[in-house]
Design a protein. Sequence first.
Length: 72
Amino acid sequence: MSYDDIPDVRDGLTRKERIVLYVLHETQQERGDHNVPTPMLWGRVCEYFYISPEELSKMLARLGAMKYPGQR
């Protein structure tokens, strides 16, 4: 187990989860607080570390991300 996988004692987020939330927030602001497509988020997160699209989807589900009508 690496340090990236150990949850922070303050809020229980791992380093990778914190990066995903940060990138999601930044991208939402760029898009005028609109929804961020998962492929767009995945591409930007991969600039920080590699994560498979499936693993990103699982992480987003764990973090409480919701699919909106019309999203696949």
